[in-house]
Every structure is written in structure tokens, then in C-alpha cells.
Ligand binder design. Structure first.
Ligand code: RIB
Length: 318
């Protein structure tokens, strides 16, 4: 069954320099030609979900400029419904300045532009149009806090499954946790959330995930980069899902977004959390093999093939 996914988040154009090393404070590094790619955590997740077989509607905003029209064309080309994207006069479309080093690690600075101007009303209108439609809503926090709050509140009020990617962890997020979204922090974000919730010990990822899940009353799925993800269920029981090995690591930008998009797409299609996380991890593994956040995001067949291959390898070792 195809999942129906509503994605609320930021849309950027990524301006990328591939260099030997990331710059330190005050340092200049020189790389190759400037690359331009589609980006933004919302836009990236939407593309990952669409390639993974979901019907996707994207809610966000662009400015009235060339970056805006290019961004929308790229989403439309992936079959994503962009009817709910607000055009913001006087704002620039979001842009990210990114350096990627030889190991595929990155450094990112974002100019939020129109993403910061998404209003509660923009989200409400889109949610009303989607009434009865989605199997899941995926929200990330790179847009205005009002939009984030409205999206999570509206999804919860309608009984829609909601995944909140707290990237970045922003003030005000704690109020949303009481609405029990499934949250998908990375290690650093999990630490920030546990501190905000009053956990001061230097404890393990497992303990912090169980602590945060105890507050939200919902599952916590921690993305661990090349180590895969840790799923913590509502009983505080944790399961690790290992990542396969990428054939080559060229650019890890957007790997977390790929996980979130494919994970939420699988939940929207009715899969359980662990199966959905396994699909997300496989997709994220494949997403790092080419330059640009979206270039090597896989389709359904490629995700299925990697999962089957890993299953065969496990069986061979047993
Ligand atoms: O997560 C990667 C994304 O973060 C990039 O595409 C960039 O636009 C920033 O939003």
C-alpha cells in the first residue's frame, strides 16, 4: 500500500563547496567549483519519501525568486504536491551554504528566508485541505516555530500519526512533546532534549532515549549516522538497527532527512516502527553515495534490494 505523507519543513537551495577539509574558525578553505543542489530538511525528506513510494504533499514557503521557482520545479518533478507552498513577497527563498570534506562530513549555515515566514494560517489551510488524507505527518523544526507548533497540534487533534524531527532543537519544543509525537533526534539533539527535560547525568544513548520517551509517552528513534538507529519503544525497551556499508561515502548531507522521509513514508503505509526504521536506515545508507543531499536517495527497488542483501548476509553468517 502507498503511504500518504504530509511534510512540513524547510525548503532550501544548497550552495556546496567540496574541499579537502572543513574550515576551522577564521580559516579559509578552497575547493572545486560551486555546486547547487535542492535542499532543506523538509524538501529533502519529501523527496526521499516520494522516491520510497509515498504520495507526498509538502507544506512550506518560498520567496518570489529564481531559487523559489527552481525548488518547486524540483519537487514537482518528483511527483510531490506543492499546492500548499506559500509564496512570500519580500522574502528570499531559503539557502544553505555547505562545505563537504573528503570523508563526506559537512558544515552547514542556513539563511532561513521564507522558511521563517511560514504562518500558523499557512499550515492550518493546508491541513484543512488534507483532512482525511494523510497516514502520517512529518514535521521538522527548521521553519517558523508557529508553523511547527500548529502542524503538530493539528495533526494530534485529528488523530494523525505525527513524526517530529527536532533538527534543530528549538526553544518551545518541550511544549510539543506532551502531544506525544514520535521524535527522531540525532545523538546531539537527544542530549539537548534530555538536558532540557532535566536529565543531567552523562548517560548512554539508550538511557537518554528511555528518559525522553518516558516524558513523551511515545517512541523515540535516535539516528546514529553510520551506526544506524536506536529505536526506544514506549516501555523503554531499545533495539538497535545497524546500517549497511555504503559503497562509497561522498556526501552525508541529508542522510538524516532521507531516514526521516522514508521512515515516515513507511509509517504512513501502515508499517510498524521497527520495519519503518529498517527501511529508513537502508535508504539513508544509499543516500551518501553521491554529492548533494538528494542525488543518491534511492527508490523502492533499491531499498528492497539492500534490505534483502543484508538479510542474506546475516543468514550466511548464522
Ligand atoms: O539536512 C541537510 C539540509 O540541512 C541541507 O539540505 C540544508 O539545506 C540544511 O537545511
Amino acid at each position: 500500500m502507498r503511504g500518504r505523507l504530509l511534510v512540513v519543513g524547510a525548503l532550501n537551495i544548497d550552495l556546496v563547496v567540496a574541499a579537502n577539509a572543513l574550515p576551522g574558525p577564521g580559516e579559509t578553505v578552497v575547493g572545486d567549483d560551486l555546486q547547487r543542489h535542492g535542499g532543506g530538511k523538509g524538501g529533502n525528506s519529501a523527496v526521499a519519501a516520494a522516491r520510497a513510494g509515498a504520495d507526498v504533499r509538502y507544506i512550506g514557503a518560498v520567496g518570489n525568486d529564481e531559487f523559489g521557482s527552481t525548488s518547486l520545479e524540483e519537487l514537482r518533478a518528483e511527483g510531490i504536491d506543492v499546492a500548499d507552498v506559500a509564496g512570500k513577497e519580500g522574502c528570499a527563498t531559503g539557502a544553505a551554504v555547505i562545505v563537504v570534506d573528503r570523508a563526506g562530513e559537512n558544515q552547514i549555515a542556513v539563511a532561513a528566508g521564507a522558511n521563517a515566514a511560514v504562518t500558523a494560517d499557512d499550515v492550518r489551510k493546508a491541513v484543512e485541505r488534507a483532512d482525511g488524507w494523510p497516514g502520517c505527518v512529518l514535521v521538522s523544526t527548521e521553519i517558523s516555530m508557529l508553523a511547527v507548533i500548529t502542524a503538530v497540534e493539528e495533526a494530534t487533534a485529528r488523530g494523525w500519526r505525527c513524526v517530529l524531527n527536532p533538527a534543530p532543537v528549538v526553544p518551545g519544543i518541550l511544549d510539543l512533546l506532551r502531544l506525544a509525537p514520535i521524535i527522531t533526534p540525532n545523538r546531539g539533539e537527544l542530549k539537548d532534549l534530555s538536558r532540557l527535560l532535566g536529565h543531567t547525568d552523562d548517560s548512554s544513548v539508550e538511557e537518554m532515549a528511555a528518559f525522553v520517551s518516558g516524558h513523551t509517552g511515545s517512541a523515540v528513534v535516535v539516528t546514529l549516522g553510520a551506526d544506524g538507529v536506536l529505536v526506544c519503544d514506549t516501555a523503554g525497551i531499545t533495539t538497535k538497527i545497524a546500517a549497511g556499508k555504503a559503497r562509497q561515502v561522498v556526501d552525508t548531507t541529508g542522510a538524516g532527512d532521507t531516514f526521516n522521509g522514508v521512515f515516515a513514508a513507511a509509517l504512513a503505509a501502515g508499517q510498524d516502527i521497527k520495519t519503518a526504521a529498517e527501511r529508513g536506515v537502508a535508504a539513508a545508507t544509499l543516500s551518501v553515495e553521491a554529492a548533494g543531499a538528494r542525488t543518491s536517495m534511492p527508490n523502492v527497488a533499491a531499498i528492497d534490494a539492500l534490505i534483502a542483501d543484508q538479510g542474506a548476509q546475516r543468514a550466511g553468517r548464522a
